[in-house]
Design a protein around this ligand. Structure first.
Ligand code: HEM
Length: 477
């Protein structure tokens, strides 16, 4: 190449880069200057580093750790087109999760917003959000869940019946178990058969599209997710119309919303009623929000128990005692027994403290406000780093130790965030706890197990799950 052309090209590149840097510093808010961290390259920011860490074995924790090491626990970045501040500490937790006076909203990816539809409670704020929360509170309360206990119990037993003497990928089994439970709870779906298979396959497409590349062309995860969502909605439409016409009646979550609260069609909704669209968007929201979180937690619980034999022994004791109190030759687990598994619940808490399945909780500033002296501007993303709070030795002593007894006494508000806190605290917490308690009861009273690999890698997903799906071999106790 001619030397002069090369020089012109170099000069042109320099001008383009200078212009981009100028654009970056011109568009990046001056208020950000006071927050440590880097906004990275013009336009792309630190997106490549974010995405490569996201896909790495240590997952997004790697991205956060590197920057915390360099800048401290609070740092700014520019990723995926968003000015973002990572924060930690009780004060930030309280302000962000209480969201007082509507200062923040939930911060979903574009694809997630599209897949869930506009009426999902994840999009709504203020009164609209409270209304949906009110409607789902009763069916998801401990009393409201009692009627699903037999189904959950039978499915746990049936799942574990197949475990003996073979290599089991716990995450896969937990996924099948929890999907059957939620499908049955929401719309009385039978655990086997064609409908279950369709449900499962549609669900997998939807779930994979939730945080995918926002390209809606055939063959992409986003496109497949939207198509699967449409199929799922057709399935729900036909179930809803059969229920409304009286052709079928079931005592499930859908029925409780149809009977009490929903109006036909998509017209104006009155105060305590949901339109069909609101009903479908929120049922899908519960499925999406409830599935990966529960099966990941169940898998981590089983992993932590294997790695902490003393805790496993203590847990076995709780379950042996439950069994020993049974009279009249009764061998079945009962509802009241599930509600007496105090130590098991502490194990669930400790699992979520050590390994929060949602490692950060993301919000978008709806107005300007201040946290810990840092000025936050409207439109920024603020990610609350749950892992740092859960591993702060001033909040949880010896944070690396797996010690369920730290939950013997109530912990300070806004410090344990395994199920979140404030108005968006997990509404499915009771269901998740019941599923895990029932499953763990049958597991520890029948089997012992051994991990086949020692691998701490996580999957490149929003919900933290073991990358190797946690393979184990199982033996009779
Ligand atoms: C062990 C299992 C679970 C864990 C660890 C978990 C964790 C969480 C966390 C941390 C949040 C708060 C998110 C935030 O503040 O940004 C949340 C919210 C939510 N969870 Fe769960 N969850 C679990 C199971 C479930 C289940 C079974 C359901 C449904 C039946 C469910 C439905 C939801 C919904 C709808 C929200 C959003 C609430 C709102 O925005 O008002 N979750 N969950």
């Amino acid at each position: 190449m001619d030397l002069s052309i090369l020089l012109i090209l170099i000069l042109l590149s320099l001008v383009v880069f200078a212009a981009l840097f100028f654009l970056q510093s011109w568009t990046s808010p001056k208020t950000m200057d006071k927050i440590p961290g880097s906004l990275g390259w013009p336009i792309v920011g630190e997106s490549f580093s974010f995405l490569s860490d996201f896909a790495s074995p240590s997952g997004i924790a790697g991205f956060m750790k590197k920057r915390q090491h360099r800048y401290g626990k609070v740092f700014k970045t520019f990723v995926l087109g968003r000015f973002t501040v990572f924060m930690t500490g009780r004060e930030a937790s309280k302000i962000l999760l209480t969201g007082k006076d509507g200062i923040v909203s939930l911060n979903l990816f574009y694809t997630g917003r599209q897949v869930l539809g506009p009426n999902s409670l994840l999009h709504t704020t203020g009164e609209a959000h409270k209304k949906v929360r009110r409607l789902i509170a009763e069916p998801l309360s401990v009393d409201g869940l009692k009627k699903y206990f037999h189904f959950i119990n039978n499915q746990a037993i049936r799942t574990l019946d197949n475990w003996l003497g073979r290599t089991v990928f716990v995450l896969e089994e937990a996924s099948t178990f929890t999907l059957k439970v939620i499908g049955n709870m929401i719309m009385s779906l039978e655990p086997e058969g064609e409908e279950q298979e369709k449900f499962r396959s549609n669900f997998k497409f939807i779930s994979s599209s939730f945080a995918s590349v926002p390209l809606k062309i055939p063959g992409t995860a986003f496109y497949d997710g939207i198509k699967a969502r449409d199929r799922m909605y057709s399935m729900l439409d036909s179930i809803i119309s059969r229920r409304r016409s009286g052709q079928s009646f079931q005592q499930d979550f859908l029925e409780s919303l149809i009977m009490k609260h929903s109006t036909e069609g998509d017209g104006e909704n009155t105060d305590d009623k949901l339109t069909d669209s609101q009903l479908k968007d929120n049922i899908l929201t519960l499925l999406i929000a409830g599935h990966d979180t529960t099966c990941a937690t169940l898998t981590w619980v089983i992993k932590f128990l294997e790695e902490n034999p003393n805790v496993l022994e203590q847990l076995r004791e709780e379950h042996a005692q439950i069994q020993s109190k049974r009279t009249d030759g009764e061998t079945n687990l009962t509802w009241s027994e599930v509600n007496s598994m105090h130590f098991t619940n502490k194990v669930i808490n400790e699992t979520l403290r050590q390994s929060p399945v949602l490692p950060w909780l993301s919000r978008k500033a709806v107005q300007d406000f201040e946290i810990d002296g840092y000025k936050i501007k409207k439109g920024w993303s603020i990610n609350l780093d749950v892992g740092s709070i859960h591993h702060d030795p001033e909040i949880f002593s010896q944070p690396q130790k797996f010690d369920p007894s730290r939950f013997d006494a109530p912990v300070k508000p806004f410090t344990f965030l395994g199920f979140g806190s404030g108005p968006r605290m997990c509404p499915g917490m009771n269901l998740a706890r019941i599923e895990i308690c029932v499953f763990v009861h049958h597991l520890v009273t029948r089997y012992k197990w051994r991990a086949l690999e020692k691998d701490e890698s996580v999957q490149p997903t929003l919900v933290q799950m073991p990358r190797n799906k946690y393979p184990i071999v199982v033996d009779q106790l």
